[in-house]
Write a protein that binds this ligand. Sequence first.
Ligand SMILES: NC(=O)c1ccc[n+]([C@@H]2O[C@H](COP(=O)([O-])OP(=O)(O)OC[C@H]3O[C@@H](n4cnc5c(N)ncnc54)[C@H](OP(=O)(O)O)[C@@H]3O)[C@@H](O)[C@H]2O)c1
Length: 348
Amino acid sequence: MTSVAVLGASGFTGGELVRLLLGHPDVEVAFVGGERAAGSALREVHPHLGAAAGALVVEPNDAVTAPRRTTDVAMLALPSGASSALAPALLDAGVRVVDLAGDHRLSAEAYPEWYGFVHPEPAWLEKAVYGIPELHGGAIAGADLVANPGCFPTGVVLALVPLIRAGLVDPASAVVDGKTGWSGAGRLATEEASFARAEESLRPYGAPGHRHTPEMELAIERATGDACAVTFVPHLVPATRGVAASCYLSLAGDRVSTGDLTDALARAYAGSPFVRVLADGEPPDTKRTRGSNVVELSAFADPRTGRAVAIAALDNLMKGAAGQAVQNLNLMLGLDETAGLPVAGWYP
Ligand SMILES: NC(=O)c1ccc[n+]([C@@H]2O[C@H](COP(=O)([O-])OP(=O)(O)OC[C@H]3O[C@@H](n4cnc5c(N)ncnc54)[C@H](OP(=O)(O)O)[C@@H]3O)[C@@H](O)[C@H]2O)c1
């Protein structure tokens, strides 16, 4: 059994991570960390876990580095800034790390502009492997530090990389329209996230400076070698889970068809258990991905305007966070990438 610590276990993403890991056949959850929740029983912090939470008690996050702890892998579901403060001590002690925050996804120079802090450990940042298993599986297997991608970048990068690699679209022309449910904002209640404010409201936020923008551009560039420019506008919708991203790009020529786009996606993900490519531009649906580690993708050509539209839908807490983190963990441990992960979603 691999001994795993979950830091930020009291949050939404951390709770989903613990739920998955408690059902994982090859993993033992040895430590659960929190901030305000430290000292509380895990079953009180996450009553939905019921008896599966056992006798686990939430400890202060930084207690994970105490002497004589035996942790093989630490999974950090912490706010940005907190994970890059804690990760170096773990890595220096030989603990492998999966970071679900944004602290290891960009280059050091990008952090002041996009995250508002100077990165404290550029040397570890350079060693981080960006964790989209369908694109970087080999590198993830040998990594000490995996940067688990953001929810929107996961869908957008998976949708666009095969189309760009096949030369079907212009990577400099990407416009991404995103929709997200409110669990993407985390557990801490604010008036912004209250039912009275969020119900029946659909509104853009974070544009043009959303942190996922440089992450999408860098990840696409790393995977394709092509410079990419993205205009990204996310919107909050009155739902709990799910993100959908509609990506608009110029077609590379007037003969590119919906069939060409769909074939490129289908070929790229033929052996990928968690990528569901839909035929003939059939629309992806967040509802079908809820509770699963699946991302649905489709694409169609609009020859009248010379544009391609590629669409991704996924569960932000699963393929967009905790599910993908477990998929990365499986690759790091040499396990089947589906271990402990649902392929079927909940419905309705
Ligand atoms: N929500 C999503 O859909 C999603 C998707 C992809 C990635 N992520 C990333 O995952 C991370 C966690 O997000 P979340 O949505 O799970 O947030 P969350 O529900 O607010 O949980 C945050 C966790 O971090 C702890 N925490 C808060 N302030 C802290 C501090 N200063 N130092 C150390 N720990 C602190 C909290 O502990 P207490 O509650 O005990 O105070 C809690 O365990 C973020 O970096 C987020 O960007 C989230």
